[in-house]
Design a protein around this ligand. Structure first.
Ligand SMILES: Nc1ncnc2c1ncn2[C@@H]1O[C@H](COP(=O)(O)OP(=O)(O)O)[C@@H](O)[C@H]1O
Ligand SMILES: [Mg+2]
Length: 256
């Protein structure tokens, strides 16, 4: 990739939903993210994997605007958003789930998703009645049986699906999922994989951070591997599985 021209116009001609260019984040003496370049294409699930502390969540925070990078630029749909606050980026169609849950524990599953749908309607052109949006998403994510349960009474794995439902209520074109599958059993994980494939067929692009390598290999078109803040490999699932650097850094580790 050519060096970034800092005077370049704020528009890129590319079909990518997301491009991050030369992103670095330093926390004091730690290079949490170093010179990361990453592209997410529409109609695809792109994986971002790597050991704990590799910089995955920090990268998500840079994309959504919660973390200002030390260096680098972020483009959504060809438009530079590096200087936009998180809510402006959300309005361009980014939604995320958090590794640490950010749901309203004292509200029910339905109410959590409804709140997100109402908020979306408050600024969006899409004026679909929020109750209809929430009901449709509960069906889609498979939360029918717990729709009226308080979220703080649910297992963490299911609460993560509620967060996914909240993200979907904003009708994102780019969905960032941070370990959304952790805490799910095998059947639930399989269903989550099917749901993600369904979502990308309907036009939502996904950037997936996930420790379940089997799930990542099944659903991703392209995978980036982070280690100590650097991309050490990228490619198709088959290429990543064969990559010796990946095996050394990650696939051979206890975490998998
Ligand atoms: N707010 C912060 N302040 C200081 N260090 C941080 C902060 N957030 C993350 N880090 C450090 O940055 C590195 C990357 O963390 P993180 O992005 O959470 O990794 P991952 O999500 O891949 O596990 C780790 O060394 C972590 O301790
Ligand atoms: Mg993380």
């Amino acid at each position: 990739m050519p060096a970034v021209d800092l005077e370049a116009p704020e528009q890129r001609t590319s079909d990518a939903v997301l491009e991050i260019i030369d992103v670095s984040v330093r926390f004091g003496g730690i290079n949490a993210v170093s010179d990361v370049n990453l592209t997410v294409m529409p109609g695809e699930i792109t994986g971002l994997i790597g050991p704990n502390g590799a910089g995955k969540t920090t990268t998500f925070n840079v994309i959504t605007g919660l973390q200002e990078p030390t260096n680098g630029r972020v483009f959504i749909g060809g438009r530079e958003v590096s200087h936009l606050p998180p809510y402006r980026r959300a309005r361009l169609g980014i939604a995320r789930t958090f590794q640490r849950l950010e749901v309203f524990g004292s509200l029910t599953v339905f109410e959590n998703i409804l709140a997100a749908a109402e908020f979306h309607k408050s600024w969006s052109e899409d004026q679909t009645p929020p109750r209809r949006v929430a009901a449709e998403i509960i069906d889609r994510v498979g939360l029918q049986r717990v729709g009226n349960a308080r979220v703080d009474a649910l297992p963490t794995g299911i609460a993560r699906l509620v967060e996914l439902g909240r993200a979907l209520a904003t009708r994102p074109r780019l969905l960032l999922l941070d370990e959304v599958g952790s805490g799910l059993n095998q059947d639930e994980t399989d269903a989550l994989g099917d749901l993600m494939l369904d979502l990308v067929r309907d036009g939502t692009a996904i950037l997936l951070v996930e420790h379940d390598v089997e799930l990542v290999m099944r659903v991703c078109t392209r995978i980036y591997v982070l280690d100590f803040g650097r991309i050490i490999a990228q490619g198709t699932p088959a290429e990543i599985q064969k990559d010796p650097a990946v095996q050394a850094a990650y696939l051979g580790s206890d975490e998998v």
